[in-house]
Design a protein around this ligand. Structure first.
Ligand code: NAD
Length: 300
């Protein structure tokens, strides 16, 4: 793959339908751990095993403690320059100076809320000139794996957006029992009675985090299919490309003649066939590749 910035700028400038696909690496510089590599452990557990419906059925207390930790962490974090770059690309008046004829959509696998936070902050700055693009009636931002701050009832259809800290009294302080890959936690397991876990405000049943777990069906698959089918440039940012179906979108864009540019700290799954590969922290490479470095420093 090429890492020629000038060639990428030319491609970008001529693109009509730009699609960004982002993953946990987008938020790494904001302080949110990814699931793979250092930081991929929580207490002594592999984070991947806690993000499953089976894990929740077996031990809802442990899984709620993990999500409480992730919620508390996300509440302390702010979007970084890579989030801002993608948000600026969502603003037609900004994007059209870079790619005059283009539309833009952003599919994220992240659940941390930093993409929507960044988008609303950047949109507010540009509100007098141009709202985010809604030309094709598809949202600019699709959070395909759900949202950390949504809480879903396990019995009734009630879903609520809840940013309370802590989400319930019994979980308060449990986030302090945190270890990363380098410092295993030897503290005893904290057992919280099911009745003290977050309950539905409508029917009182146990709730669960509003994220899509491994083995569950992602959201917006129909909308995503349309975007993947029409994209002529796909920016793949901070994802290990191991979680399906997201991992196959770039290859699908290429299969109908579109181009793919990968932005990752290191080589990742399937990037051998990509058209452009920019290795390094995406909070640096992405603003540079999009020609937005000075626009971002003016905002941040
Ligand atoms: P992943 O953890 O599998 O991979 C992260 C990728 O980001 C790696 O390839 C790594 O090399 C790269 N990376 C790390 N820091 C980077 C940086 N500064 N710049 C560029 N690249 C960087 O993440 P994934 O592919 O998104 O899959 C994990 C799944 O877990 C997803 O389904 C997601 O929903 C979930 N998850 C979400 C969050 C979040 O919301 N922030 C965090 C962890 C996991």
């Amino acid at each position: 793959p090429s890492n020629d910035m000038n060639a990428f700028h030319e491609l970008l400038g001529n693109s009509r339908h730009i699609l960004a696909l982002t993953g946990a690496g987008l938020s790494a510089a904001s302080g949110i751990p990814t699931f793979r590599g250092v930081g991929g452990l929580w207490r002594n557990h592999d984070a991947l095993n806690l993000a499953t419906p089976e894990g929740f059925d077996e031990n809802p207390s442990l899984v709620w403690q993990f999500y409480h930790y992730r919620r508390e962490k996300a509440l302390l974090c702010r979007p970084n320059a890579a989030h801002t770059a993608l948000s600026l690309l969502s603003i037609p008046s900004v994007r059209h100076t870079i790619a005059p004829e283009s539309s833009f959509h952003h599919i994220t696998q992240n659940v941390d809320g930093l993409c929507p936070l960044s988008l609303s902050a950047v949109s507010a700055l540009h509100s007098t000139t141009s709202p985010p693009d809604v030309t094709d009636n598809l949202p600019v931002l699709l959070e395909m794996h759900g949202r950390l701050f949504d809480v879903i009832c396990t019995e009734c259809p009630h879903v609520e957006f809840n940013k309370s800290s802590p989400i319930c009294p019994a979980l308060a302080g449990t986030e302090n029992h945190i270890a990363d890959a380098n410092t295993p936690d030897v503290a005893p397991e904290i057992i919280i009675d099911k009745k003290d876990l977050p309950r539905c405000s409508k029917c009182g049943a146990l709730t669960r985090p509003g994220v899509v777990w491994f083995g569950e069906v992602p959201k917006y698959l129909d909308e995503i299919d349309k975007l993947v089918a029409s994209a002529d440039l796909c920016l793949v940012v901070g994802t290990s490309s191991t979680v399906y179906p997201a991992a196959e979108y770039a290859a699908r864009v290429q299969s109908h003649g579109g181009k793919v540019a990968v932005f990752n700290l290191e080589r990742s799954n399937g990037d051998g066939g990509t058209d452009f590969l920019f290795l390094g922290p995406c909070e640096e490479t992405l603003p540079e590749a999009l020609g937005l470095t000075s626009a971002i420093s003016a905002i941040q």
